[in-house]
Design a protein around this ligand. Structure first.
Ligand code: PMT
Length: 398
């Protein structure tokens, strides 16, 4: 894979050397073009060192060499990734302005283009920026949604450039396989909430990141994706049908209603195993002299086991969230629930699993087959899990 990384002048430009490395990790060769403003945030010399190529900053190239840089690079490149993409460069790309090396190159580039907008959240929400993004999307440019969080300017909201690892996974996927073309994939994600009274509930720490990453990766690989999600703070990936649920029972109903139409089901949701027997109609009040409160719980439907017991069932990928003896517990769940694969993560490690942007998993098959996926961003883990699913289905292994 030959990738041109275009860097424009935002604070996230400092991540460019790491992004070059992460792109190289996916097997890509990378050449870098900087806008003059980007060169104020990140040194062309560092980028030349990590990319093993000269870095283009000047529009008019090197007078001592015969070729026109941007045309030569365009012959070589398969993908242009602009990260970070400022409001300024987004506007220029949308309107065809070519007043520096990067924007000139963009007009000469022949393959797919991906951009990672990164800016202040109010700038991102400005109608002009949104209109320019819509123009680029309509032209087939892959717009990689920014992350939300605390921004360099101190504001909070959407506008952060995603991790270099996640961007690299997106770039690889754009150039990568469409090996799930037209395949119906159902993914569950996030926690469920089991109400105690109108203001309290039992739940868990699932953020939905793992399941959403799988839904997004499956969509990119061409699948028709239904995402059955418990309550999360995440934006559903573009092109995915979102079915929002709150309780385990609702998730059970929505998943079972779609099971027959699904070729693959990935159960990344952290479903509550128990729910209160009774939900109080009114907020439960403290009473003088009463020091303890007992809440009776009953089991929720086991959605995975119900899917595994279907006479004709989809290819079933379970997850196992374990705090000890991860592999042996996961193997038992795989057997008991009749899944084809189980993806086990150690949720006692705070750097992976629940709510972390990263995960580290062991994927186990029914025949004892096992593969360990080292710690990586959830976008990367999602791609690797789908690689395994595609390979196992192709071999007809159940
Ligand atoms: O959402 P994130 O913050 O990104 O975190 C990701 C994750 C840790 C939630 C995810 O990687 C994960 O491990 N998901 C499964 C969590 C879980 O509920 O594991 P479990 O071992 O309790 O359940 C085993 C399997 O049975 C899971 O596929 C679960 O979806 C399913 N299950 C469980 C209970 C139930 N009533 N019905 C089910 O289908």
């Amino acid at each position: 894979m030959n990738i041109v990384l275009g860097v424009s002048g935002g604070i996230a430009a400092y991540k460019a050397p790491d992004l070059v490395r992460r792109l190289q990790d996916t097997g890509a060769a990378v050449r870098v073009i900087l806008t003059p403003n980007a060169a104020r945030f990140v040194s062309p010399l560092s980028l030349a060192a990590v990319s093993n190529h000269g870095v283009v900053v000047e529009q008019w190239g090197d007078p001592s060499s015969g070729g026109v840089d941007h045309i030569e690079i365009a012959r070589w490149a398969q993908l242009l990734l602009v990260a970070p993409a400022t409001a300024n460069i987004i506007a220029k790309l949308a309107t065809g302005i070519a007043d520096d090396a990067l924007t000139t190159y963009a007009l000469a580039h022949r393959g797919p283009i991906a951009i990672a907008p990164a800016m202040n959240t109010f700038m991102l929400g400005h109608p002009t920026v949104q209109q320019n993004l819509a123009t680029l999307r309509a032209r087939g440019v892959h717009v990689i949604e920014p992350d939300a969080g605390l921004l360099a300017c101190g504001d909070e909201g959407a506008g952060r450039m995603p991790d270099p690892e996640a961007l690299a996974a997106r770039a690889a996927a754009i150039l990568g396989p469409r090996d799930l073309d037209g395949v119906a994939v159902l993914v569950t994600a996030g926690p469920t909430r089991e109400a105690i009274d109108p203001v309290r509930y039992i739940s868990n720490r699932s953020s939905g990141k793992m399941g959403y990453a799988i839904a997004e990766a499956a969509r990119r690989r061409g699948a028709r994706v239904v995402l059955v999600s418990g309550p999360t703070a995440l934006q559903p990936p573009a092109g995915v049908e979102l079915v929002s649920v709150t309780t385990a029972e609702e998730m059970h109903r929505e998943v079972m209603a779609r099971a027959a139409a699904s070729a693959i089901v990935v159960k990344a949701a952290a479903v509550a195993d128990f729910t209160p027997v009774e939900k109080a109609e009114q907020k439960i009040k403290k009473k003088d002299g009463v020091e303890a409160l007992q809440i009776s719980l009953r089991k929720t439907p086991d959605i995975l086991a119900a899917l595994g017991a279907l006479p004709v069932r989809p290819f079933l990928v379970a997850f196992a969230a374990e705090t000890n003896d991860v592999e042996s517990h996961a193997r038992k769940k795989l057997e008991k629930k009749g899944a084809d694969l189980i993806v086990a993560n150690d949720v006692s490690d705070a750097s992976i699993g629940f709510d972390s942007p990263q995960n580290e998993v062991v994927v186990i098959g029914r025949d004892g087959w096992i593969e360990r996926l080292p710690k990586a961003g959830k976008a990367v883990i999602a791609e690797r899990i789908l690689d395994i699913v595609v390979a196992k289905r192709a071999r007809g292994s159940k």
